[in-house]
Design a protein around this ligand. Sequence first.
Ligand code: SAH
Length: 245
Amino acid sequence: MTNSLPEMAEIWQQTLNWQPTDLQQAQFQQLYELILEGNSQLNLTRITEPQEFWEKHLWDSLRGIAPQQQFISSLQTGASVVDIGTGAGFPGVPVAIVAPNSTITLVDSTRKKINFIDKILSELTLTNGQTIVARAEEIGQQPQHRQKYDIALIRAVGTASACAEYTLPLLKQGGLAVIYRGTWTEEETTTLDNAVKQLGGKVELIENFTTPLSNSVRHCLYLRKVGTTPANFPRAVGVPTQKPL
Ligand code: SAH
């Protein structure tokens, strides 16, 4: 028998001005159980205690799509979203749960992880989710993905410059990339500014906050695609990390 996730209705309300429906709460619980079960074979996450899972996976995933503590409005009406390096499904699966009118494309280079995500989508009946086994550097050059998304999410995949190079080519003009980080410094902003400029974007907002249970430091970087990304980006597989912008 598995533990139950806490509901945390007041915290959702205070921090995101939102509360899950009964269906969404049930889907969070199913997701938690599937991850605990999958963990024995796939080594998906070290975060397995219910409160910690709630905070570091669910709350953290959703805080990123709520700059200034309000969900990005296009997510409710219907946006096309891509999650790069989704791993065990974060932040993309919680986003698919709370934004049923949006389409979420979950991308990871590891086939085993994507097979697991396919199982999650089917067991949670998340018909607004789809998966791709690919590297960000590859789909960024494919016409069916390049400049096709309204929102690109990326958590714990690489340096901020590499994350910018993975996400910005995928965005339509006017689209938004959300880079999830732990710590962040002023000096890093200078490097990022320079990278983002070369990719046709601008750094629109950097938010700094703490998680609601353990008060851990978090940052989210919001990049706006204001122009077009030059054809040479993203560079070949591995180059964004080996020669960061
Ligand atoms: N976003 C998840 C997982 C982070 S681990 C979370 O925050 O919990 C990083 C994941 O990114 C791994 O599953 C890895 O396979 C994937 N990954 C790393 N580089 C990638 C790339 N260039 N393109 C696609 N996926 C990548």
